[in-house]
Design a protein around this ligand. Structure first.
Ligand SMILES: *Cc1c(COP(=O)(O)O)cnc(C)c1O
Length: 834
């Protein structure tokens, strides 16, 4: 290999100095000319966006290289965050904020006649996730870089991210999200980092001597994993971490003989078949489907990531001895669970490590985050499918299970039921591998994502495991990065906070507590209200321009945005809307605090009930918004295509945050935190992190209603009869009857029957009927409080002031202290090493 004769680092030093001092506009123009290859006559708006993006990336690249060199020199312990989903959204604004260049860059472009925010609209969202789980992974990467931690995000480079949602005739339709159609200026292809990932084939046994046997997985069908990297800058430091995304390529691209042998057409067919592995993100959130392609994705991801992690380790170590001291792997839910088995396979079959040693290292390396307790979301794979796709892994799962159950037996001899519950294999007509159990057994840490959720894990879904190894279980309450969700999304509020308490809150969100003494200050309150009103006016303009709906910023902006799911109870919110409609029509002279109710969220394409609820929302909206008796007081909007970039517009403009899931169903929620951080008040149940939000902001500053998790459990144990509530409450009955009898859809009166049937005849599994009355009463308190603007504003300030806990900076620090045990690495750009 050629070794450069020039001192590369000296040249890099010089380039960096030039880059850092070069006026942004020059860099931007150079990129337009040399990279985008356009001039002022031929450049489109998108070309200008691309030029600006490349100019910003140039500022990141030197820091990126330096950061990676430093990790290598210090042989730092690294965190690998393995997640099949990263809902990162747009990169441009975030990168500028973290570089501290947002305002300068905006000004420089303005002077040259460009509008930064308009250019940024050309960046497609990186929608490589479904909802909260994927967004959490994205927030974690920001906090790891800001805390100067050697962290890597490993993900999948899906060609199609989460589908684009459109509303046609009130129904959701799904369009493919071809986000890579134009070039992605943020990614760098790494064709040198390619790994084969094997599928199918069979296992061969061969003698090792002394009566022992080794195993070989042969006659497989390999696919190639190729890396694409994106830079993740920290806020206000020089750290730039790596987000590595895997893309599937045909192995035959790398084996030209297939082509030369004349099997050209077959080779090309194989190519497109292999490449389907990273073609599309599965759009199910909180449900699992036993599709073969999905299992392929999971193994492809696990195998590629592990090979890369071991390659990096092997570069500087010649034994595996230190691996658990240098590598921490966090599994974001069970989707990458096969990594546990894959690491064992590599240890045993390829590196010939004895089982006990291999297993000890594996469990010291892995940690697992559970995200849900909904039974339909717990991953289980048919043994027959695993057998066909990954025969060697199935053998290893059985061996892990045999040894584990031996342990359980020692603790609880004779307890066959317990053995059955804890087994990695579920018995039955179709045997299944339980991925949750596999993750728990293969990890040294198992965490829930809020206190309540962790409690439920310990007491209910993984009770046996908790009793077996209580020390593994811990709570890590989720957070959000306030760089994106406050500094970037809400420029006005950030500016007001900065001028009031300084800018330390940007890296220490607890600093916001300094706003507490100002909560009742009339002057400060006035400025606070002005910010919210301006944000609401902006959003109203946006809604009018984008969706053609005119909404008055004088209305309460009452917002529920999140994936459409029965447990999240968008329907309960809508039942309140219908009740309000009836109330106004019955009492047209009464005072009614005007409200605009916004809904937004995607339904999984196969989730019929969630899609029908969208249709019901749009039908109710149509009626309410066009009724002369109600339209001055009530407005309903369904915001299509809820995504990170839309979310960034919504939170700053919201007054009321709807967090109304049935207690005991939402693991944490993070939307709740984004709303509160932007000064919206929460109406919610004691579910997920709402419990901790109440603790932080105080019970006077939040609207809590409904049953708590224990009451839900007790009600169901007693035998819940939703029909009782229907007959007892005339207002509730009227709402249900209107939905059932076609009031909102006269042309097809039975359309919404499945919705009311679920409530009345199928047990109302999410207890909407039971919580309805309490919800209504709470909404009346909300409206009353809103008319008292001093009280409302004080509550709003108190919410923001007490959001310190909900920065992912705090979350990540807890993972570091309790699970990862890694040290920060400061990056100095003086470039004197090497
Ligand atoms: C934060 C966020 C979510 C998660 O919202 P929850 O209310 O916690 O379910 C989902 N999607 C997007 C785009 C988000 O930004």
């Amino acid at each position: 290999m050629a070794t450069p004769r020039t001192d590369l680092n000296a040249v890099i030093r010089q380039c960096i100095t030039e880059k850092e001092t070069e006026p942004f506009i020059n860099a931007f123009i150079k990129r337009l000319i040399y990279t985008v290859a356009k001039d002022r006559y031929s450049a489109t708006e998108r070309d200008y966006y691309l030029s600006a993006a490349y100019a910003v990336k140039d500022l990141l690249v030197a820091r990126w290289t330096k950061t990676q060199q430093e990790y290598y020199h210090q042989d730092s312990k690294r965190i690998y965050y393995l997640s099949m989903e990263f809902l990162t959204g747009r990169a441009m604004g975030n990168n500028l904020i973290n570089l501290g260049l947002y305002d300068d860059c905006k000004k420089a472009l303005e002077e040259a006649g460009f509008d930064l925010e308009a250019l940024m609209e050309y960046e497609p969202d990186a929608g490589l996730g479904n909802g909260g789980l994927g967004r959490l992974a994205a927030c974690f990467m920001d906090s790891m870089a800001t805390l100067q931690l050697p962290g890597y995000g490993y993900g999948m480079r899906y060609e199609y991210g989460i589908f684009e949602q459109k509303i046609r005739d009130g129904f959701q339709i799904e369009l493919p999200d071809h986000w890579l159609r134009y070039e992605n200026p943020w990614e760098i292809a790494r064709p040198e980092f390619i790994y084969p990932v094997h599928f199918y084939g069979e296992v061969q046994q061969y003698p090792l001597g002394r009566g022992e046997f080794g195993y070989r997985w042969v006659n497989t069908d390999p696919v190639i994993a190729m890396a694409y990297d994106m830079p993740i800058p920290g806020y206000g430091n020089n750290t730039v971490n790596t987000f590595r995304l895997w893309s599937a390529k045909s192995s035959r691209d790398f084996n030209l003989e297939d082509f030369n042998r004349g099997d050209y057409m077959q080779a090309v067919e194989h190519k497109s078949e292999s490449e389907t592995i990273t073609k599309v993100l599965y759009p199910e959130d909180s449900t699992m489907q036993g599709k073969e392609l999905r299992l392929k994705q999971e193994y492809f991801f696990s195998s590629a990531s592990l090979q890369d992690i071991l390659r990096r380790y092997d570069k500087v170590h010649d034994s595996l001895e230190q691996l658990p001291d240098k590598v921490a792997i966090q599994l974001n839910d069970t989707h990458p669970a096969l990594s546990v088995v894959e690491l064992m396979r590599i240890f045993i079959d390829e590196r010939h490590v004895p089982w006990e040693k291999a297993w000890d290292m594996t469990t010291r390396i892995f940690a697992y985050t559970n995200h849900t307790i909904l039974p339909e979301a717990l991953e289980r794979w048919r043994v027959s499918l695993v057998q066909r796709l990954l025969p060697r892994h199935l053998q290893l799962v059985y061996e892990i299970n045999r040894r584990f159950l031996d342990q359980v037996w020692i603790h609880s001899p004779g307890d066959y039921d317990k053995l059955g519950r804890m087994s990695l294999i579920e018995e039955g007509t179709e045997k299944m591998v339980r991925m949750g159990n596999l993750c728990i057994v293969g990890s040294h840490s198992v965490n829930g994502v809020s206190e309540l959720h962790t409690d439920i894990i310990r007491k209910r879904i993984f009770k046996d495991f908790y009793e077996h190894t209580p020390e593994k279980f811990n709570a890590k309450t989720n957070g959000i990065t306030h760089r994106r969700w406050l500094l970037l999304a809400n420029r006005r509020l950030s500016a007001l906070i900065k001028e009031t308490i300084g800018d330390k809150f940007t890296t220490d969100l607890y600093e916001l507590k300094k706003l507490i003494p100002l909560a009742s200050d009339p002057k400060f309150q006035k400025k606070w209200r002005e910010v919210k009103q301006a944000n609401k006016a902006d959003f109203a303009n946006f809604v009018e321009k984008q969706f053609g709906q005119v909404v008055s910023p004088e209305f309460i902006f009452d917002v529920q945005v999140k994936r459409m799911h029965e447990y999240k109870r968008q329907l309960l919110n809508l039942m309140h809307v219908v009740h309000s409609y009836n109330y106004i029509r019955r009492n047209p002279k009464d005072v009614f605090v005007p409200r605009a109710i916004f809904f937004g969220g995607k339904a999984a394409p196969g989730y019929a009930m969630a899609k029908l609820i969208i249709k019901l929302i749009t039908s109710v909206a149509h009626l309410v918004n066009n009724d002369p008796l109600t339209r001055e007081k009530l407005h309903v909007v369904f915001l299509p295509n809820y995504s990170v970039s839309l979310a960034q517009r919504i939170f700053p403009a919201s007054d009321l945050s709807e967090q109304i899931s049935t207690a005991g169903t939402e693991a944490s929620g993070t939307g709740n935190m984004k709303f509160a951080l932007n000064g919206a008040l929460t109406i919610g149940t004691l579910d997920g992190a709402n419990v901790e939000i109440r603790e932080e902001v105080g019970e006077d500053n939040i609207f809590i209603f409904g049953m708590n998790a224990q009451e839900v459990e007790e009600l169901k144990a007693r035998g819940y009869n939703p029909m009782e509530y229907y007959h007892k409450n005339q207002e509730l009955k009227q709402v249900i009857d209107m939905i059932a009898n076609g009031f909102f859809c006269p042309e097809q009166p039975d359309l919404f029957r499945p919705i009311t049937d679920s409530l009345l005849y199928h047990g109302d599994p999410y207890c909407l009927m039971a919580d309805f009355e309490s919800y209504l009463a709470c909404q009346r308190r909300v409206a009353d409080t809103y008319t008292d603007q001093k009280t409302w504003t004080r509550m709003s300030i108190m919410n923001v002031a007490n959001m310190g806990k909900f920065s992912t900076d705090r979350t990540i620090q807890e993972y570091v202290k309790d699970i990862w045990h890694v040290e920060p690495v400061a990056i100095n750009m003086d470039m004197d090493t090497e």
